[in-house]
Design a protein around this ligand. Structure first.
Ligand code: BF8
Ligand code: SF4
Length: 644
């Protein structure tokens, strides 16, 4: 059944031609997609949408009546404020745990390398390794990279535990912000500690003060941003290389009709890195040729895709809503998944085609997938085994079912902080000067997912377009990077779409007005850049003309990101309502009260045209606060809310 795609104009579901064509195919072939399953779920539970349901114990499940007529308290006596705050804290913890456990996997790989337990991987950025070791107080004199790797891994493991008073990377935070966290009691101590404590506090009968619960939610988020995710990013750079600007392509057109196509999907680049190498193995290439293929073509999906695009120039097939559709091209021979954002539905769709789904992490199994467990000690062997499976599948293709709907779009990626500062000539000063002079009004991170509740990519693309048109530099990560890449915002020629000031800066530097910073753990690159700008100017992060936006978010990880971005002092606009509106107190705290506490708040605005104005007004306000030339925020007209 594909009711949604038949009842609704495809144009209302997505702005992308590749998505539209594949949805037509889904309709013809009676294949359910995420859009159909959303429709089957409607109307979704109103209590849950408001955050007013609780199943934290067996006296429940309970719910609070938002209209004030039915029960106002759960069986234990928890009111709307407690229930909403507890649910939000658990969501943050789940997101922070996901990013941080990914960070731990990379960290353990660093340890295995240092201990000489694997030869499949090595330290590729010895200088960055030394720099990090210095931050951790490790004496690197006379030590080989592997010895430093082992020492650093050992120290970083302490960041996950409880023995430290604070995470080491908190030292990167501007001092005034550290003081704010200290005063509030939200300095992140241990990554696992804050996550475990979040679960503890939200057990029945522990933390019953919604403000206190939410503050710990922020601390848990900070343990992700300045902890687990930051470790993931920094160590991925050490092991796989710090990204540098490169040109690539994206959308479903990245598939090659006459080659073995393998999609690498998920978040952790460890395994996919060996697959990239295995795909160049002469024996496997020969085998592919014997099967009638002209080569082995890798494409990325979601954040594993972003990691590989940033460092290995593997083109992206798409974002999270494309994972079923890429199989429907009939040209995908294998989908290799690690973890996070991989819909259980991919194996259902794969059953209708010849595609082999290969799961690789013991913590992320799929009943209908072929499981090839990742083991860092046998990395290359596993990489070859997986590529071999994909090559075998090429022979099972049904030629008349192959349909690759579009040509790929050119785009640029690879903008690590190091690369950005490098492009600026070695210091953030030129960027600061451009902001001071008003050529660039400010900078905004447009990040996060696609969500089938939102017309695919419309939020990302519209918001980004309005910001760059108004001389606001945009940095993107995760699925927002795919949306903007597909829209043509990420080539140097896109400077033409920017306002005159930003356009001139981009042309002088040969960069696009929208910079791809990487995967979702790479949102920490935004933190590092923001801290560098703040330290350069001698101010706190909340004084800077910066903002964040997640126009189409769906994931618990996005909530954790929102928590650490706001707690770090950056105003953030969400395009999808979080499940908090059952408690006006929680909403007031997050949308207003936090301003006096951490100097930043959340806003929710589903219309990207209006979100752009909220952000532009905020940026002008911050410019005025810094004593820079600034427009009166109220002089920027707010468009009428779109009827929907
Ligand atoms: O971590 S943006 S849909 S792929 S959660 Fe997932 Fe969202 Fe995409 Fe990457 Ni991030
Ligand atoms: Fe109900 Fe309280 Fe148990 Fe939640 S913790 S399910 S509100 S009794």
């Amino acid at each position: 059944m594909t009711a949604k795609t038949s009842d609704t104009g495809l144009d209302e579901l997505t702005i992308n031609k590749d998505t539209q064509e594949m949805l037509l195919r889904a309709q013809e072939e009676h294949i359910m997609t995420v859009w159909d399953r959303l429709e089957a779920q409607e109307p979704q539970c109103g209590y849950c949408a408001l955050g007013l349901s609780c199943r934290n114990c067996a006296m429940g499940p309970c719910r609070v009546d938002p209209f004030g007529e039915g029960p106002q308290k759960g069986v234990c006596g928890a009111d709307a404020d407690i229930i909403v705050a507890r649910n939000l804290a658990r969501t943050i913890a789940a997101g922070a745990a996901s990013h941080s456990d990914h960070g731990r996997d990379i960290l353990e790989l660093l340890y295995h390398i240092g201990a000489g337990e694997t030869t499949a991987y090595q330290v590729t950025e010895a200088e960055k390794l030394k720099r990090l070791a210095g931050e951790y107080g490790i004496d690197v004199k006379g030590k080989e990279p592997n010895e430093i790797a082992k020492d650093l891994a050992w120290e970083m493991m302490e960041d996950f535990g409880t023995r430290k008073g604070q995470l080491t990377f908190v030292n990167r935070v501007p001092e005034p912000r550290q003081a704010i966290w200290e005063k509030l009691g939200i300095t992140p101590r241990g990554i696992d500690r804050e996550n475990v404590e979040a679960l503890h506090r939200t057990h029945m009968g522990v933390d019953n003060d919604y403000v206190n619960i939410l503050l710990h939610g922020l601390r848990t988020g900070l343990s992700d941003g300045w902890g687990g995710s930051m470790i993931a990013t920094e160590l991925s750079d050490v092991l796989f290389g710090t990204p540098q600007p490169l040109s690539s392509r994206m959308n479903l057109g990245a598939l090659e009709v006459d080659q073995v196509n393998i999609a690498l999907h998920g978040h952790n680049p460890m395994l996919s890195d060996v697959i990239v190498r295995a795909a160049q193995d002469p024996e496997l290439l020969k085998l592919a040729e014997e099967k009638g293929a002209k080569g082995i073509n890798l494409v990325g999906l979601c954040c594993t895709g972003n990691e590989l695009l940033m460092r290995r120039n593997v083109p992206m097939a798409g974002s999270n809503l494309m994972q079923e559709l890429v199989i429907m091209t009939g040209a995908l021979d294998a989908m290799v998944v690690d973890y996070q954002c991989i819909m259980p539905a991919v194996t259902d769709v794969a059953r209708c085609y010849h595609t082999e789904v290969i799961s690789t992490f013991d913590k992320a199994k799929f009943p209908d997938a072929t499981h090839v467990p990742f083991d860092p000690k046998r990395g290359m062997e596993i990489g070859r085994e997986i590529v071999g499976l994909a090559v075998e599948r090429f022979a099972d293709r049904v030629p008349e079912r192959i349909h690759i709907p579009v040509e790929p779009v050119d785009m640029m990626a690879g903008f690590s902080v190091e690369a950005i500062v490098g492009a600026l000539g070695g210091s953030p000063e030129p960027l600061v000067n451009a902001i001071k002079e008003g050529q660039i009004r400010g900078a905004v991170g447009v990040v996060g997912c696609n969500n089938p509740k939102i017309r695919q990519d419309y939020g990302h693309v519209t918001l980004t377009r309005r910001l760059i048109e108004n001389d606001i530099l945009v940095v993107v990560t995760g699925c927002s990077a795919v949306a903007n890449g597909k829209a043509g915002h990420m080539v140097p020629e896109a400077a033409e779409k920017a306002g005159p000031g930003l356009s001139a800066v981009c042309k002088a530097l040969g960069i696009p007005p929208v910079l791809h910073l990487g995967s979702c753990v790479d949102n920490t690159r935004i933190l590092v850049l923001a801290a560098a700008l703040a330290n350069f100017l001698g101010v706190d992060i909340d004084a800077l003309p910066l903002a964040g936006a997640a126009p189409e978010w769906y994931s618990e990880k996005a909530v954790a990101i929102g928590a650490y971005v706001v707690a770090s002092g950056i105003y953030t606009v969400l395009g999808v309502q979080p499940a908090i509106f059952g408690s006006p107190s929680v909403v007031n705290l997050l949308a207003a009260g936090l301003e006096d506490v951490v100097g930043a708040t959340f806003a929710v605005e589903p219309d990207p045209e209006r979100a752009a104005v909220l952000i532009r007004r905020h940026i002008e306000k911050k410019r005025a606060g810094l004593g820079l030339e600034a427009a009166d925020p109220e002089s920027i007209p707010m468009p009428e809310a779109a009827a929907s």
